[in-house]
Design a protein around this ligand. Structure first.
Ligand code: M6R
Length: 366
């Protein structure tokens, strides 16, 4: 059932091109140029009546929500708050009938996420679930559902669910931006066309998986790894750090590049690995300054960049290249080497990759 792979996790990592294609294809108009959501069928008024969006989720799904904030605020200009479900429930949130609550959950069964959805509904919010499991509790509770078509995800560490959540959320941002007039048809088509290239472009990353494996071997006895990034790469840094902790049991932290000086730099000493995500062109120069700050303390820096980068490569020790794409699309591919790094680190450390200690696939207790 692992289809020749050693673990479910690596099988699921390699299934991402198909999962992404399946999540995309039913939501692209026949001419390939615009987004459609038959399951939502919203009018401009449906979008214009949204005062703010509350995204609520746990773990990896929460990290997808962090990126969705960038997608929606930049493309549709609607304010977005992102909350961890277990925090949302207890903070007396400002949610009312003008709020659209977006709930993200692979399993559709996470108890805190389900409870947050109920709480948002109790306060009068409209609700939309992004989930991977048809007929799950969350899909039944929400007013509307957008399914990610990732197929069953068995490994505890979430991989293809996350990338398909990003795809669904980016499509949703494009859809809302077009409906409320914040996004031009040309920009929509541009991003959508880049998104449609992703399944094929993933092959490049898979072809270079051995480079990531070598890094995992190099870092296997390290006690701490830092992930840094700016803008959408910061959200991805959080996902990269979670993945590494969860299955390799190496302590990892994510920091926004600009925050390093405000404390974390004290931890950067000789030989500490820093994974520097620098795929976002608008903040590239700032990332290069951050990389120099950690290099000056003798960190071992892995730069993750778009494949035509020349500048970051000059400042780092190792480089991982990601096929070039639109800024909004980059995260969907950039996360894959981070998943591979966590996977190979767990394998070389002899861990139970698919069933990491103390964790369950779906958290149905509080
Ligand atoms: O099924 P859900 O998406 O609601 O699960 C949420 C988290 O428990 C989950 O993403 C968890 O963080 C993963 N194991 C991370 O890889």
């Amino acid at each position: 059932e692992k289809g020749g792979f050693e673990h479910f996790m690596i099988k699921e990592i390699f299934e991402q091109p198909k999962a992404i294609r399946d999540t995309l294809s039913c939501r692209v108009a026949d001419d390939g140029k615009s987004v459609k959501f038959d399951e939502l069928n919203w009018s401009p008024e449906d979008v214009n009546s949204i005062g703010k969006i509350m995204i609520t989720a746990c773990g990896t799904a929460y990290h997808a929500g962090l990126l969705a904030k960038y997608f929606i605020e930049k493309l549709a200009r609607i304010p977005v708050e992102v909350d961890i479900a277990s925090e949302y429930r207890y903070r007396d949130p400002l949610t009312d009938s003008k709020t659209l609550c977006i709930i993200i959950s692979q399993s559709g069964e996470t108890i805190d996420t389900l409870a947050a959805l109920k709480e948002a509904k109790r306060r009068g919010a409209r609700s939309l679930a992004i989930t991977n499991v048809v007929g799950s509790s969350i899909s039944r509770e929400a007013d509307q559902v957008v399914y990610t078509w990732a197929g069953p995800e068995i490994a505890v560490a979430s991989t293809k669910a996350y990338t398909t959540q990003l795809v669904a959320l980016l499509l949703l941002a494009l859809y809302m931006g077009r409906l409320n007039g914040q996004l031009s048809a040309e920009k929509e088509t541009e991003i959508l066309q880049d998104l449609q290239k992703v399944p094929e472009q993933c092959q490049y990353i898979f072809d270079h998986a051995d480079d990531v494996k070598q890094l995992a071997e190099k870092f296997k006895n390290k006690e701490d790894v830092f992930f840094i990034g700016r803008s959408m790469d910061y959200g991805l840094a959080m996902e990269g750090a979670l993945k590494l902790k969860e299955i390799s049991y190496i302590h990892a932290e994510a920091y926004a590049g600009g925050e390093l000086k405000h404390g974390t730099l004290a931890l950067i000493v000789d030989g500490v690995p820093v994974i520097a995500l620098a795929t976002q062109r608008d903040v590239e120069e700032k990332m290069i300054s951050n990389i120099k700050e950690v290099k000056a303390r003798n960190a071992q820096v892995v730069g993750v960049v778009q494949d035509d980068d020349t500048e970051v490569a000059k400042t780092v020790d190792y480089i991982i290249k990601i096929p070039k794409s639109d800024n909004f699309v980059m995260p969907v591919m950039t996360v894959i080497p981070l998943q591979l790094l966590a996977y190979y680190a767990a394998v070389v450390r002899g861990n139970d990759v698919d069933k990491p200690r103390n964790l369950a696939k779906s958290v149905t207790v509080e």
